[in-house]
Design a protein. Structure first.
Length: 471
């Protein structure tokens, strides 16, 4: 399962019940021309522009494992020209929204933002990046803030030749960025000399945030998540603060649900029943407020998994992918859920797609761990050990669940000394909550009860017993 270094304090900091807010801050209105939807508008026009200049014809369906479609793109992290790191989050969110909007365009293959952000702050060689990621085009740009104004520039580049195919800039009022989408669409349409037709980007139907201060905190939360595991504790705190201001903020609701439910999935929750109930409440509220938010569907998918509703979890993950095809975390859900259902071949397929979308993902080791468990389900213990150790090498750490898998697989392979060392390392890990076989199985068996999973868990427990985990 994907590795997340989330502190218990960060989870405990989430509010038991969000505070009420003034009814005037209600978020029942809709994004007609929201500033995040502006990124969607820019992305849509860029796709059309590329088609006009390059004679692009969309492929019937993008292939993630074979050759990429003609329009394969990476959205590189937009640069914050102000130089103040505290303002980076706005440029980061613009980057993420562009990635999502481009990924929705049929016939495109868009590298996941988690890989794209590994290039942040580094010298950019677009031709080299194109080769590394297997993409033909790159979109890069910048954002600059001055008082209440923001200026966004963007340029579309041929990664094979380095040629700049298109560039433009857009100004908007930072205090009310609702006009940016229309401005981008109109200006680019005129520049390209054609009448732009509405495409129906899903973010245009997103629910408008009721409180801009809460939305600002929620966007900072997302930006901290993008930075990687070291920033996730602060991200949880930011989402907590956002919900205290506005309990209807969907970004904060969806992410807070994930912070609470993931230790349950890892079998490392102090109170899995209460945690699952709380996460379900948050995810369900997010979906009720904004059914077009892919993050809410993803949070709900994890909750359903913890509730032993694996098939429904897969459906929610697929809904999330329909809204954001570049969301590699949805493929992670598919991999883990199929492992619970003891369908390792489907887990392999999902994780291989995730790796193709995000080959430099900071949590790449988590993908390896899911594949390792798929091999463990198949009783191919040597392959499981290899993948778990590759996961540890990639992440430079091992999460508690992976340590238990490693210990069990080693013991079942007759490598008793190594298995014993793995158990010692597990028990010494402050994140480990299941200190006995009984505690671990109580959480594991609550999430799946099909005959194959029960047999898998009996074998898993036998390996832990041989490795020396107390009963």
């Amino acid at each position: 399962m994907r590795v997340y270094s989330l502190s218990a304090n960060a989870i405990a900091a989430l509010p038991a019940s969000p505070l009420s807010v003034d009814s005037q801050q209600s978020s029942g209105r809709h994004w007609n021309r929201g500033w995040l939807a502006a990124a969607a508008g820019m992305a849509t026009v860029l796709v059309v522009a590329a088609g006009l200049w390059l004679g692009f014809k969309p492929a019937k369906e993008p292939s993630l494992l074979g050759s990429t479609p003609p329009l394969s793109i990476v959205v590189l992290p937009f640069t914050n020209l102000n130089g103040d790191p505290a303002q980076d989050y706005l440029a980061d969110v613009i980057t993420e929204e562009l990635t999502t909007a481009l990924a929705r365009k049929k016939g495109t293959f868009v590298i996941a933002r988690s890989t794209a952000f590994t290039y942040k702050g580094k010298p950019i060689d677009v031709k080299q990046i194109g080769k590394e990621l297997g993409v033909r085009y790159a979109l890069e740009g910048s954002a600059q803030y001055s008082g209440n104004k923001v200026r966004v520039t963007a340029q579309f580049i041929d990664a094979e030749t380095g040629a700049h195919l298109w560039a433009d800039q857009f100004d908007a009022d930072r205090s009310d960025l609702l006009e940016m989408q229309d401005e981008i669409v109109v200006r680019l349409s005129r520049a390209l000399g054609f009448q732009f037709l509405a495409v129906g980007i899903a973010s245009g139907d997103r629910t408008r945030p009721g409180n801009l201060n809460a939305q600002d905190l929620a966007m900072r939360c997302i930006a901290d998540i993008i930075k990687g595991p070291a920033s996730w504790a602060s991200a949880a705190s930011l989402c907590d603060r956002a919900l205290q201001i506005d309990p209807r903020n969907v970004l904060a609701l969806g992410q807070s649900a994930w912070f609470i439910i993931f230790p349950v999935i890892l079998g490392q929750s102090d109170d899995p029943i209460a945690a699952t109930r709380r996460a379900d409440e948050l995810a369900s509220r997010a979906l009720a407020i904004d059914p077009n938010f892919d993050g809410a569907h993803l949070a709900k998918a994890w909750v359903l998994m913890a509730q032993n509703r694996q098939e429904e979890s897969i459906v929610e993950a697929e809904r999330s992918l329909a809204l954001n095809p570049s969301n590699v975390d949805a493929y992670l859900v598919l991999g883990v859920a199929n492992n619970f259902l003891c369908r390792p071949e489907r887990a392999f397929e999902a994780i291989d797609k995730a790796i193709r979308l995000s080959p430099r993902d900071p949590a790449l080791g988590g993908f390896y761990e899911v594949k390792g468990e798929a091999y463990f389900v198949m009783r191919q213990d040597d392959s499981a050990i290899e993948l778990i150790r590759r996961s540890a090498a990639t992440l430079q750490s091992v999460d508690p669940y992976a340590r238990l898998m490693l210990a069990s697989a080693l013991a079942l392979s007759g490598r008793q000394a190594e298995a014993g060392e793995a158990i010692k390392a597990y028990l010494a890990d402050s994140r480990a909550r299941s200190r006995t076989i009984s505690q671990f199985q109580t959480q594991q068996l609550a999430m799946a009860d099909n005959p194959k999973w029960l047999a898998y868990n009996e074998r898993f427990a036998e390996g832990l017993r041989k490795a020396g985990l107390p009963e």
